[in-house]
Design a protein around this ligand. Structure first.
Ligand code: PAF
Length: 294
C-alpha cells in the first residue's frame, strides 16, 4: 500500500486512471469519497468509513459549477486545497482526484443526466431546480472516471444520497453506494462546509434545526400528531429567525409520503440570514401507532 501520509494528487482523468490501474490489476478494493473540498470532520469520517472497507481510498475534490444556480454561492464557496490535502494526509488517503472545470466539462460538453423519482420529491429540487441534474452528471462522471467498488456520500445530504442510489441502480453502474452518518458539532449542528457563512449570532441559533427535529421525534412517542408537532416546530424556528423552505416527514427510501409503519426521515431546509442549512433525522416507524400520515 502507498504511504498513507502522502496521497498522490491527480488533476486529470488519465492520471487517476493510471494510478488506479495497478490497484485494480492487483485485485484491490477501491473506495471513492466524492467531495467539493472545504473538508471537515464529516468528510474525514467518510474517509475512515471507506478506509475500513477498502484497500485503496480516493477522495475527489471538485467544486462542481453545474450544481450551482447563478444566484447561488459557486464563486464564494470555500476553496482551500492545501488545507484539504493536509487533512487528508492525517486519515490515510491513497490518491486525491483534483480535476478542474476544463477537465470535467471540456469545450463542447453537451450531456447532462435528467432525473425523476427521489430527485423530484419536492424537497431540495423545489428550491434548487438545477441542483440534482448537476450532481448526477458529475457523480456519474466521477464513478466512471475512478471506477470504484464503493462510493461513500454523507447522509446530511439525504435526498442527494437517494438520488445517487437511484442513478447507480438505473444506469447499472457497478459500484456500491453507501451513506455515512452526519457528524455534528457539540451543540448538534450538522457539520457543513457552509457553516463558515454563519455570523456569530446565527451560529448560536443554528443548532435549533436539529433540536427541533429531536423534539418532533420525542413528541411522536407521545400523544402529538406529526402535523401538529411539525407546525409547532416551524413556528418556533420562525420565531428564532429561520425562514423555512421545508420541514417534513417522508418515507426514508422513496422520499414520498410516510406511511406510518415504514422507516421515516424528518428533513429540514431553512435559511438563517444568507445561509441555507439542511439537516435530517431518522424516524423509526414501528411502535408509533396513530402516526399514520405526514
Ligand atoms: O455533496 C457534495 O459534496 C457534492 O454534491 C458532490 C456529491 C461531491 C457532487 O459534487
Amino acid at each position: 500500500m502507498a504511504d498513507p501520509a502522502s496521497p498522490i494528487c491527480c488533476p486529470t482523468v488519465a492520471a487517476i486512471r493510471a494510478v488506479a490501474a495497478p490497484w485494480r490489476e492487483a485485485g484491490e478494493r477501491l473506495a471513492l469519497v466524492p467531495t467539493m473540498g472545504a473538508l471537515h470532520e464529516g468528510h474525514l469520517s467518510l474517509v475512515r468509513q471507506a478506509r475500513a472497507q477498502a484497500d485503496r481510498v480516493v477522495v475527489s475534490i471538485f467544486v462542481n459549477p453545474a450544481q450551482f444556480a447563478p444566484n447561488e454561492d459557486f464563486s464564494s464557496y470555500p476553496r482551500q486545497l492545501q488545507r484539504d490535502l493536509d487533512l487528508l494526509e492525517t486519515v490515510g488517503v491513497d490518491a486525491v482526484f483534483t480535476p478542474d472545470a476544463a477537465v470535467m466539462y471540456p469545450a463542447g460538453f453537451a450531456t447532462t443526466i435528467s432525473l425523476q423519482g427521489p430527485a423530484a420529491a419536492g424537497l431540495e429540487d423545489a428550491s434548487r431546480p438545477i441542483f440534482f441534474n448537476g450532481v448526477a452528471t458529475v457523480v456519474a462522471k466521477l464513478l466512471i472516471q475512478v471506477a470504484p467498488d464503493l462510493a461513500i456520500f454523507g447522509e446530511k445530504d439525504f435526498q442527494q444520497l437517494a438520488v445517487i442510489k437511484q442513478l447507480v441502480l438505473d444506469l447499472d453502474l457497478p459500484v456500491l453506494v453507501q451513506g455515512g452518518p452526519t457528524m455534528r458539532e457539540a451543540d448538534g449542528l450538522a457539520m457543513s462546509s457552509r457553516n463558515v457563512y454563519l455570523s456569530e449570532t446565527e451560529r448560536a441559533l443554528a443548532h435549533l434545526l436539529f433540536t427541533s427535529m429531536q423534539k418532533i421525534k420525542a413528541g411522536m412517542a407521545g400523544a402529538g400528531t406529526v402535523a401538529s408537532l411539525i407546525e409547532a416546530a416551524v413556528a418556533e424556528l420562525e420565531q428564532a429567525g429561520f425562514r423555512i423552505d421545508y420541514l417534513v416527514l417522508r418515507d426514508a427510501v422513496t422520499l414520498g409520503q410516510w406511511q406510518g409503519q415504514s422507516a421515516g426521515r424528518l428533513l429540514v431546509a431553512a435559511w438563517l440570514g444568507k445561509t441555507r442549512l439542511i439537516d435530517n433525522l431518522a424516524i423509526d416507524g414501528r411502535g408509533l401507532p396513530g402516526h399514520s400520515k405526514e
